[in-house]
Design a protein around this ligand. Structure first.
Ligand SMILES: [Zn+2]
Length: 237
C-alpha cells in the first residue's frame, strides 16, 4: 500500500472518529438537559412563595376577625352593665362609658386593619393564580422539551451505532502499523492526526507546503507529515 493511500485510509478513519466525538458531545449535552429544569424549579419556588403569602394573610385576617369578636363581646358586656342599671356610682358610670367608647374605637381600628388585610389578600390570591398558571405552562414546556430531547437522543444513539460500525470497517482497512502514530498525533493535535493537502496548502494549519514536500507525499513510500503542524498529509479527495 502506497503512503498516500495509507494516509487516505487514516483520514477516513479520522472522519469517523471525529463524527463519534461530535455525537458523544451532543449526547452528553442531552443528558445534561434531560431531567434538568431550572425554569420549572424557579416557577415552583415562585408559586410556593405566593401560596405562603396567601396563607399568612388568611391567618392574619382570621386573627383580626377573632379579635374583633372578642372586643365586641367585651363591649356588649360592659354596655349591659352600664345600661342594665346595676352600676349607679357616677364615677363608675363615667369609667364604664370611657371603657365602652375605647372598645368601640378599638373595634373600628381592628375592622380597618381587617379590611386592609382583605385587600392585600385579594391581590395575593390574584398573584397566586398567576403563579399557578406560570408553573403549569413551565411544566408543559419542560415536558415537551424533554420529549424532544429523548427523540434526539434516540436518533443520536442510532447514528452512533452506525458510525461505530463504519469506523470499525475503516479501521480494518488501515495499515495496522500506522495506528500508533495516528493515535499519538490525534491525542497531541486536537483529534486531527491527518490533514488533506488542498491546493498546495495543509488543510489543518493553512500553511503553504513546498512543492517538493507535496511531491514527496505523493511518491515516498513513507508517510509525510506537514512541516508546520506535524500532521500526516493526505492527498485531497
Ligand atoms: Zn499543517
Amino acid at each position: 500500500m502506497g503512503a498516500m493511500n495509507r494516509a487516505a485510509r487514516l483520514l477516513e478513519l479520522q472522519e469517523y472518529d471525529l463524527a463519534l466525538e461530535r455525537i458523544a458531545a451532543q449526547l452528553a449535552e442531552i443528558s445534561r438537559r434531560l431531567g434538568e429544569s431550572a425554569e420549572v424549579a424557579a416557577a415552583r419556588a415562585a408559586f410556593e412563595q405566593a401560596k405562603a403569602r396567601v396563607t399568612a394573610l388568611e391567618r392574619q385576617r382570621q386573627d383580626l376577625d377573632f379579635q374583633v369578636q372578642q372586643v365586641r363581646a367585651k363591649r356588649e358586656r360592659e354596655e349591659q352593665r352600664l345600661y342594665g342599671g346595676e352600676v349607679r356610682q357616677p364615677k363608675e358610670i363615667e369609667h364604664l362609658q370611657r371603657e365602652v367608647e375605647s372598645l368601640r374605637r378599638r373595634t373600628l381600628d381592628l375592622q380597618d386593619r381587617e379590611l386592609a388585610v382583605m385587600a392585600e389578600l385579594e391581590e395575593a390570591e390574584a398573584a397566586l393564580a398567576a403563579a399557578r398558571a406560570a408553573l403549569a405552562s413551565a411544566e408543559q414546556r419542560w415536558q415537551e422539551e424533554q420529549a424532544t430531547l429523548r427523540r434526539q437522543q434516540a436518533a443520536l444513539l442510532a447514528q452512533q451505532e452506525e458510525t461505530q460500525h463504519r469506523r470499525e470497517a475503516a479501521r480494518q482497512r488501515v495499515d495496522p502499523q500506522d495506528l500508533p502514530l495516528y493515535q499519538v498525533l490525534r491525542a497531541r493535535l486536537g483529534g486531527r492526526a491527518v490533514a488533506r493537502i488542498e491546493r498546495g496548502v495543509c488543510a489543518a494549519c493553512r500553511v503553504s507546503l513546498p512543492e517538493r514536500e507535496i511531491q514527496k507525499a505523493r511518491t515516498s513510500p513513507a508517510m509525510v507529515t506537514c512541516s508546520n503542524c506535524g500532521r500526516i498529509l493526505a492527498a485531497s479527495a
